[in-house]
Design a protein around this ligand. Structure first.
Ligand SMILES: Cc1ncc(COP(=O)(O)O)c(C=O)c1O
Length: 424
C-alpha cells in the first residue's frame, strides 16, 4: 500500500480500523490536560479499565470470606490460574499444560536455568546475544559461577557484524556450529530490547538441538507483540514478563513455558515448593512432592492474587480482540510508522532506523539512532505530549501498540519529531 504523510490520511486509516474502539478500554495518561501519545507499550503497558474491578473482586473475596476465599466467592482463588492459562495459549503458541504464571522474569529465568543448564566437563557453554538485557547477563554469569565455571570461558556472545547493529541468523547459527561439542544451552531474546530485532526462534532452536543443546528464550519483548509458536517450534523453555505488551501492571506476575516433552522427565532437576504439587496433594501437607503434570510443577509459592487479577483483566481484552487481529493491526501501525519516519528523514538524514527494515524481523518497536544532540531531541518529546524512551548512547525507542494506539498518533509523532529535528 502506498501511504501518505497527512493527518487526514492517518485519520482515515483509524476510521477503517476494526479494533480502534479497544482504545476506550484503557486509561490513557494526560499531559497538560491533553491525552498524551503513549508509545511505551514495550516498557509498561497501559492500565485496562477493568483491572481495578478484577482486583476489587479479590479484595471483596478476602473481606467476605477470609481464607475461604480460596474456595468461595465469585472467583475462588484456588482455580484462578486455570482461568488465566487458556487465555495465554494463543499468545504464546503453547499447550495449556506448558504454561505457568508465577514470580518475575529474572526469577523464572534462574529457575528454568537450574533445570536446563546442567553443565558437564565437556558440555558447559551458554551461547547468547551480545548486550543481552543486563538482568539476563547477570543471570548467566551467576549461574555459570554456581557451577564453578568461568564466565569468560563459558559464556559465548554473538555480536553484530562490525559497523552494524543487528545480529544475523547466519552468525548465530555459525556460532552454535562452531561450539557444537561444548554448548549446553542457547539462550536468546525473542525480540532484542535495544533494536527491536526479532530473532528466528525456530532456526535457533533447531540449531541448538542439532548441536545437542537446549534452547531457551527471554520473551520479555516478544510476548503479546509477535506471533509465537513455542510448542510447534520445539522450544525447550521460555520466560517473559507481563507488564510490557501484556498490560498487566508494574511488577506484574510473570510467565514461563516448559515444553510438553520435558514435563514428565524425572531426570530434569528442579527447585521445588508446595505450590508445584498436584492440586490434590497441595494441602495434604505430606513430605513427598508429587509434581503437577504441567509446567505448574515449577511453581513454588502461593499465588499472588492481586497480581493475577490485573493479568486476567488484560488477557480477557486480548481474547476479546483476537490475538491474530492484533498482530495484523500491529503490523499495519508499524508499517505506517516506518513510512512516516522515512518520509521525515529526507532530504537530510537526521537519524538511522536500527530496527530491521524487513517487516518479518520486527514487532511493534522501532529504535532510532539520532545523529545530533540526541538527548536534547528526546527531552523535547515529553513536553510535546509524547511518551518514548531513551537508551544510551543515542537511541530513542517507540512502540505504538494495536490495543490503544492509533495511526493519527503516529502521524502527530512524526510531525512533532520533524519540527524538533529542524532546530536540533
Ligand atoms: C529483555 C528483558 N529481560 C529481563 C528483564 C527483567 O525483568 P524483571 O525485572 O521482570 O525480572 C527485562 C525488563 O525490562 C527485559 O526487558
Amino acid at each position: 500500500m502506498q501511504h501518505q504523510f497527512s493527518l487526514a490520511y492517518a485519520q482515515n486509516l483509524d476510521n477503517n480500523d476494526p479494533l480502534s474502539n479497544y482504545r476506550e478500554q484503557f486509561y490513557i495518561p494526560y499531559l497538560k490536560d491533553k491525552k498524551a501519545i503513549y508509545f511505551l507499550g514495550n516498557s509498561l503497558g497501559l492500565q485496562p479499565k477493568t483491572a481495578q474491578d478484577e482486583v476489587m473482586t479479590i479484595m471483596e473475596g478476602w473481606a467476605n470470606f477470609g481464607v475461604e476465599g480460596f474456595f468461595l466467592g465469585k472467583d475462588p482463588w484456588l482455580n484462578y490460574q486455570q482461568k488465566i492459562t487458556p487465555l495465554l495459549c494463543n499468545i504464546i503458541g503453547a499447550q495449556n499444560e506448558e504454561i505457568v504464571t508465577m514470580n518475575h522474569l529474572t526469577v523464572n529465568l534462574h529457575l528454568l536455568m537450574i533445570s536446563f543448564y546442567q553443565p558437564t566437563k565437556t558440555r558447559y557453554k551458554i551461547i547468547c546475544e551480545a548486550k543481552a538485557f543486563p538482568s539476563d547477563q547477570y543471570a548467566f554469569q551467576s549461574q555459570v559461577k554456581l557451577h564453578g565455571l568461568n564466565a569468560s570461558d563459558a559464556i559465548i556472545e554473538v555480536y553484530p557484524k562490525e559497523g552494524t547493529d543487528l545480529i544475523t541468523s547466519d552468525d548465530i547459527l555459525a556460532t552454535i556450529e562452531a561450539h557444537k561439542d561444548s554448548v549446553a544451552l542457547v539462550l536468546f531474546s525473542g525480540v532484542s530490547y535495544y533494536t527491536g530485532q526479532v530473532f528466528s526462534i525456530k532456526a535457533i532452536t533447531d540449531a541448538a538441538h542439532k548441536a545437542g543443546a537446549y534452547a531457551g528464550f527471554d520473551l520479555a519483548h516478544a510476548a503479546g507483540n509477535i506471533h509465537l509458536q513455542l510448542h510447534h517450534w520445539q522450544v525447550d523453555f521460555a520466560c517473559w514478563c507481563n507488564y510490557k505488551y501484556l498490560n498487566s501492571g508494574p511488577g506484574a506476575i510473570a510467565g514461563a513455558f516448559v515444553h510438553q516433552k520435558h514435563l514428565h522427565n524425572n531426570k530434569l532437576k528442579r527447585l521445588e515448593g508446595w505450590w508445584g504439587n498436584t492440586a490434590a496433594n497441595r494441602f495434604k501437607m505430606g513430605n513427598t512432592f508429587t509434581p503437577s503434570p504441567s509446567a505448574e510443577s515449577w511453581s513454588m509459592s502461593t499465588s499472588p492474587m492481586m497480581l493475577l487479577a490485573t493479568h486476567k483483566a488484560s488477557l480477557e481484552i486480548f481474547a476479546d480482540a483476537g490475538f491474530n487481529n492484533l498482530i495484523t493491526k500491529g503490523k499495519a501501525l508499524n508499517a505506517y510508522l516506518f513510512f512516516v519516519l522515512n518520509h521525515i528523514n529526507q532530504p537530510e538524514e537526521k537519524f538511522s532506523i536500527i530496527t530491521p527494515a524487513d517487516p518479518d524481523e520486527r514487532g511493534c518497536q522501532v529504535s532510532l539512532s539520532i545523529h545530533k544532540n540526541a538527548k536534547a531531541v528526546f527531552d523535547t518529546l515529553l513536553p510535546n505530549g509524547i511518551f518514548a524512551d531513551w537508551r544510551e548512547p543515542n537511541v530513542i525507542r517507540v512502540a505504538p501498540v494495536p490495543l490503544y494506539n492509533s495511526f493519527e498518533e503516529i502521524y502527530i509523532f512524526a510531525e512533532t519529531l520533524q519540527q524538533i529535528l529542524k532546530t536540533a
